[in-house]
Design a protein around this ligand. Structure first.
Ligand SMILES: Nc1nc2c(ncn2[C@@H]2O[C@H](COP(=O)(O)OP(=O)(O)OP(=O)(O)O)[C@@H](O)[C@H]2O)c(=O)[nH]1
Ligand SMILES: [Mg+2]
Length: 213
């Protein structure tokens, strides 16, 4: 991986402000996945590829997430001023707290995120506004992508003003690079994009990580 200094520093922005309704009573962000809270696993996975962390969530989630991250890399919190406005609003909140030029956004429910892909996305985004993976016959992977913080935050604000909630809306306002499936596969297995929504998916992920279901 390339050495990172000064303006080239990179933020890992973990978006975690959802209500995990498909998951059940528990907040999936802090659910113990093979012994590690899921958000902690995401942070630990991408730590080699970033210099600092910002966590976006609701105010009421902060204590449990802080506990989950205890002993790990330092992270600052970007709390949604208005909760439940969707992931794009969370991304805007988090990017406004981002001190570096670029940030990788990763959803808290992507425990198999591949740091080598994250590193590559930062390299591909250099000089542009975003680098976003897109698999064959699939939509953009907007919640595992690198963005230039300031223009993406501004584009999110404009999209929210238009009542758009899809994360591709701000993307289409930007100068973005598409990282296609062949290119993704050079750096990562496709499980990097797996997101855990239900108990069944959580149990499956647990088993693959060698934990007890
Ligand atoms: N800040 C913020 N983040 C959100 C919001 N809704 C979803 N997210 C995050 O966006 C990512 C993907 O969302 P989902 O997988 O749908 O998560 P979720 O909304 O908690 O789960 P479901 O209720 O089952 O849809 C997760 O990291 C969520 O934490 C929101 O309203 N605000
Ligand atoms: Mg949702």
């Amino acid at each position: 991986m390339t050495p990172k200094t000064g303006r080239d520093e990179r933020t890992g922005l973990i978006v975690a402000g959802g209500h995990s309704t498909r998951f059940g009573d528990e907040d999936k962000a802090v659910a113990e996945l093979a012994g590690t809270p899921m958000i902690r696993r995401v942070v630990d996975r991408i730590e080699p590829a970033v210099d600092e962390f910002v966590i976006n969530c609701r105010e009421d989630q902060v204590p449990a997430i802080r506990d989950a991250l205890d002993g790990g890399p330092a992270a600052s919190f970007a709390v949604d001023p208005i909760p439940d406005r969707g992931p794009m609003a969370g991304i805007m909140t988090g990017l406004r707290e981002t001190a570096t030029e670029y940030a990788v956004i990763v959803a808290c429910d992507m425990p198999f995120v591949e740091p080598d892909l994250v590193d590559h996305l930062f390299e591909r985004a250099a000089g542009r506004d975003a680098a976003v993976p897109r698999l064959d016959d699939q939509w953009f992977q907007t919640t595992q992508a690198v963005y230039r913080a300031e223009p993406m935050a501004a584009a999110c604000e404009r999209a929210l003003e238009r009542d758009e909630r899809r994360i591709v809306e701000p993307l289409f306002d930007l100068d973005y690079v598409v990282v296609d499936e062949d290119e993704v596969r050079e750096y990562a297995a496709l499980e990097t994009f797996e997101n855990v929504n239900t108990r069944e998916e959580f149990d499956d992920a647990t088993a693959r990580l060698g934990g007890e279901v």
